[in-house]
Ligand binder design. Structure first.
Ligand SMILES: [Zn+2]
Length: 64
């Protein structure tokens, strides 16, 4: 019996076997695409830490 998983990138069925070296991805390309999205994701979270100025503005609104 072979376990079938879905490729996280393209949703294609992937057989969970030793021959399938990129599992759970269907190919090296899908694996790299997923890693790339991870990198973008963490970059966006790090970038959102430049919000403090907005927080200062809302503090001012509270005072008035
Ligand atoms: Zn894929």
């Amino acid at each position: 019996m072979t376990t079938i998983v879905k490729c996280p990138t393209c949703n294609k069925d992937v057989e969970w076997t030793k021959q399938q070296k990129w599992r759970p991805f269907c190919s090296d390309r899908c694996r790299l695409i997923d890693l790339g999205e991870w990198a973008n994701e963490s970059h966006r979270i790090a970038g959102s830490e430049t919000i403090p100025e907005e927080l200062l503005d809302t503090e001012q609104y509270k005072d008035t």
